[in-house]
Design a protein around this ligand. Sequence first.
Ligand code: SF4
Ligand code: SF4
Ligand code: SF4
Length: 369
Amino acid sequence: MKICDRTIKIIKKEEEKCIGCNICMKGCPMLDKFCNSPKNLLKELLDNERFEYTLPYSCMLCGYCTKVCPKEVDLKSLFLDMRRDVVKENNGKLPKELNISGVELHQNLSFSKLFTSDIQNLQSDTIFFPGCGLLSYSPKIVENTYEYLRSKIDGIGIYTKCCGKPTAFMGKDEKFREYYSILEREFKDKNVKRIITGCQNCFMTIGNNSKDIEVISLWEVLANVGIPDGRKGIGKTIELEFTIHDPCPTRDVDIIHSSIRNIVDDLGFKLEEMKYNKGRTLCCGSGGMVSVTQSKIANSHTRRRAQEAKTEYIITYCQECVESMRRGGKKSYHILDLLFNEDFQHMEQKNQGLVIKWVNRYRGKNMGK
Ligand code: SF4
Ligand code: SF4
Ligand code: SF4
């Protein structure tokens, strides 16, 4: 596809900044499939003024490269811009070979009345926004989490919609704005001033798009109010060793990294750290919908990331990451399993199928009614 003038300017700017040190390539899941150095890749794009769809849709939009880059070259934003160009070129659609009809259907249903409700149970200016992924993973732990929040925060409501991030990450900006306006209207109508998010992507998406609302992660809240009394110190009598995997969307949010570690400490479990952790964490392989658009790249990276953990079990705080770590050959739990599922040790380690996930969404939609 021909590169438009606006994107050429961005590539030129990034190419000038890049010194070809290749530090970013060590943790990046995809650059080595396209080049021996980002400097050369950017030069080639400038010389040819063309690119293949597969390039931007192989980037997991994880931000690792910029985090470690001495020159702050922003490949994530460049590849996201290139995705937007692909959508524009195709009149708002995406080429069939990218295989994203399932993501479009997911997004459509994630804003439908069949699977979601308006804000429920609100008697204050604060809501819990668990995120659609967490609801499809387990309505039970979402319900238990919400009940616990209600005991700590008077009048907190719950909202079971999606944040629209998959649509934004596919490069479909216009469609994303259309979806996000549904949330904006609801926040305004119900006078929402504070949102507690259970998903790292929701935290970023709502934080970036609703600047007049205070967005706090559930982990910071739980670290502040304390974990349920009955869960304190449970790790001291359970013989499990965990490694922690930090999800990539919130790599720049230090308070989330420390809150999670405080919660695990209160639970009484000892944690191993991965070589790439906190701000320098690596994507689990599910970022940027690459598991759909370029599944081979995603699968091999998922395996690499899971195997970085020396223990058999991994704890993380994103349901996508839980599933990726299992696909990568490890056993894994969401931190909410440890906090709000007394029977977590007997949970199946097999990922749930699509039908069950939608049944879960359906069950979770009226939570709080
Ligand atoms: S780390 Fe930055 S400067 Fe070094 S090769 Fe990667 S993008 Fe270029
Ligand atoms: S955002 Fe992640 S996947 Fe994309 S180029 Fe940077 S490190 Fe690689
Ligand atoms: S970020 Fe993912 S899990 Fe969270 S609401 Fe959006 S699509 Fe759902």
